[in-house]
Design a protein around this ligand. Structure first.
Ligand code: SF4
Ligand code: SF4
Length: 320
């Protein structure tokens, strides 16, 4: 039994799924950046991307459910050839669905992606954009040289289209710490971001989500290299907060991989913790009956302490 499961058992906390409300689809590991904190190990040389056939199977499955939100992530999800096709198909379903794009901002200005920001605005796609700091020094240290300037230009483009201004064009930013520490209070960070980005660049946005770095993928390798992995894990364990459990994203999100395989969350996905049949073969989305997964036990590991530390952490920021 892992330490997280032990902690839950000690406190008699049952850790099961509720009703699925979000289908989070990780369309692949291809990305134009190679950020230090990346839990996906994404980058420009990765070959794993979702095909149109898999997209069709996912949308056909979604059409039979009442899941209201589709959350696209990666890599840089916009880089798969059928990204726009995916959104058009979801938006074409009889019952309307809300779509989220987890965007690294710089992709909006890359050559070959002209018109992408306008496409997202036309389809009322919510954008959740990574922006680990409002200073060039910190952003470039974590994401690579020049990423800060590219991100600022992309945010200005999004504002010019109405993002962050029009109530149907939501633009949220994601902060994550630039080292082995927990994020500070989300509302204070949000106030700092809003003040700095507006006063220096005239940028506006809706909310700031602060997300704890998970001790997996490239961030774990970075910590290991700096002899900080054990210390960071203990920081997360010591900060365990049981009141975060109810809001954890694995309780209402189904996470799907680029081949259609199913997980409790994107972190479990990166650790290959795929849902299994009783005969221990891996489950794919089309094997799942959405009405029969309420109360399914959630697969855990020590990395789960990254979600329950302090104010908690999820794809929508702090939980408390
Ligand atoms: S953190 Fe996001 S933008 Fe950075 S390499 Fe990973 S997927 Fe790409
Ligand atoms: S990593 Fe977080 S979201 Fe995933 S199963 Fe663990 S607690 Fe839930």
């Amino acid at each position: 039994m892992n330490r997280f499961a032990q902690k839950l058992e000690e406190r008699s906390i049952s850790f099961r799924r509720g009703r699925p409300e979000i289908l989070q689809v990780n369309v692949g590991k291809l990305c134009n950046l190679t950020c230090v904190h990346c839990h996906v190990n994404a980058g420009p040389k990765r070959k794993e991307i979702m095909t149109r056939t898999t997209i069709d199977c996912i949308v056909d499955w979604l059409a039979k459910t009442e899941i209201p939100t589709v959350d696209l992530t990666g890599g840089a999800p916009e880089m798969i050839p059928d990204f726009r096709y995916f959104i058009e198909r979801v938006k074409g379903l009889r019952a309307s669905r809300h779509v989220i794009d987890r965007c690294n901002l710089t992709i909006l200005l890359e050559s070959g992606y002209e018109g992408l920001a306008q496409f997202l605005a036309r389809h009322r796609v919510e954008i959740i954009a990574s922006m680990p700091c409002y200073t060039a020094e910190n952003v470039n240290a974590q994401r690579g040289e020049g990423v800060f300037d590219g991100s600022i230009a992309a945010l200005q483009l999004l504002n010019s289209l109405g993002y962050g201004i029009n109530s149907e064009l939501l633009l949220h930013l994601v902060y994550n710490p630039v080292g082995a520490f927990l994020p500070g209070p989300q509302d204070e960070l949000e106030a700092d971001y809003k003040r700095e980005l507006f006063s220096h660049f005239g940028i506006v946005f809706n909310k700031l989500y602060s997300i704890t770095n998970m001790p997996i993928g490239r961030f774990a390798a970075f910590l290991r290299h700096n002899h900080q992995l054990q210390e960071y894990m203990e920081l997360l364990v010591d900060a365990f907060n049981p009141t975060t459990i109810d809001g954890l994203m694995c309780r209402n999100t189904i996470s799907v991989g680029w081949r259609g395989e199913v997980y409790d969350c994107d972190f479990n996905q990166q650790l290959d913790m795929q849902w299994q049949n009783p005969n221990e073969s891996g489950l794919f989305l089309w094997d799942i009956d959405p009405d029969k997964i309420d109360n399914r036990e959630i697969m855990t590991g020590n990395h789960c302490f990254g979600c329950t530390a302090g104010a908690g952490s999820s794809c929508a920021g702090a939980l408390l």
